[in-house]
Design a protein around this ligand. Structure first.
Ligand SMILES: Nc1ncnc2c1ncn2[C@@H]1O[C@H](COP(=O)(O)OP(=O)(O)O)[C@@H](O)[C@H]1O
Ligand SMILES: [Mg+2]
Length: 234
């Protein structure tokens, strides 16, 4: 199995609204695959559908060769899929340590090892370890949110627009971290920041009106201006 994740003709409703009309994608093991596309295209809904927060009405989702189309979120988490949602998912009233502890799977057994990795990747998490998460800046909060996905030995992590609302310097730091993270797990990244997307991504899918409309390698994206123009309007 070369693909950690495959979506075939996935459709999703939110209430009565038909939002996804046919998402097709393959995420290769290792590295980073990026979902690009204008606001409202269906990128977040795609991630929500993968992780089981929304149930698809049609199509299939295959994780590492296993059909997970109908699994709820807690089972997807147990199968090793981490989620860093669009709005930083942290508990402000808990310390950094507590944020990580409540996320760690109890049967994992290698908490200390994972924690060492997270704290060396994000030294600020070590610095503020015993402090409440509310003291963190926006960038640090995003790093804690990512740390929560890394504290478990996940085989795939979904990351939704991590650069949103952050200053350029912090985004540059985040890019470096994402490149380190993809050395050890597979990333499916949604990113509107083109620089971040191309700095981290290896393979790209474009989502428009709830459908995947185009896919390409980084080389094509960087060389072919018409792709950018057509699908991103830049
Ligand atoms: N809770 C909701 N109720 C109704 N429509 C929604 C809801 N959430 C998202 N949508 C709609 O679904 C479409 C896709 O949204 P989303 O997946 O968030 O797009 P993206 O992440 O690409 O910006 C948009 O048209 C949005 O308005
Ligand atoms: Mg979104």
């Amino acid at each position: 199995m070369d693909n950690i994740l495959e979506m075939n003709q996935v459709e999703t409703y939110i209430g009565q609204y038909h939002i996804l009309f046919g998402i097709d994608l393959k995420v290769r093991k290792g590295g980073a695959t990026v979902l690009l596309g204008r606001n409202g295209g269906g990128k977040t809904t795609t991630l929500d559908t993968i992780i089981g927060l929304r149930k698809p009405s049609a199509g299939t989702i295959i994780l590492d060769g296993e059909d997970v189309t109908k699994l709820p979120a807690y089972e997807m988490a147990r199968k090793g899929v981490g989620y860093v949602p669009e709005d930083r998912d942290i508990f402000s009233d808990l310390t950094i340590e507590e944020n990580l502890l409540i996320t760690a799977r109890k049967n994992g057994g290698n908490y200390q090892e994972r924690l060492d990795m997270v704290l060396s990747l994000f030294p600020d998490m070590k610095k503020y370890f015993k402090k409440k998460a509310r003291v963190l800046s926006g960038g640090q909060a995003q790093m804690l949110s990512i740390s929560r996905a890394l504290i478990n030995d996940n085989k795939l992590i979904l990351v939704d627009e991590p650069s949103k609302g952050l200053a350029p310097l912090i985004i540059a730091e985040l890019m470096e971290k994402m490149n380190e993270i993809k050395q050890e797990t597979t990333i499916l990244l949604v990113e509107q920041n083109y620089e971040m997307a191309t700095a981290v991504g290896d393979y790209f899918y474009f989502v428009e009106d709830g459908k995947t409309v185009f896919e390409c390698t980084k080389e094509v994206l960087l060389q072919d201006e018409s792709v950018k123009q057509k699908y991103l309007g830049v």
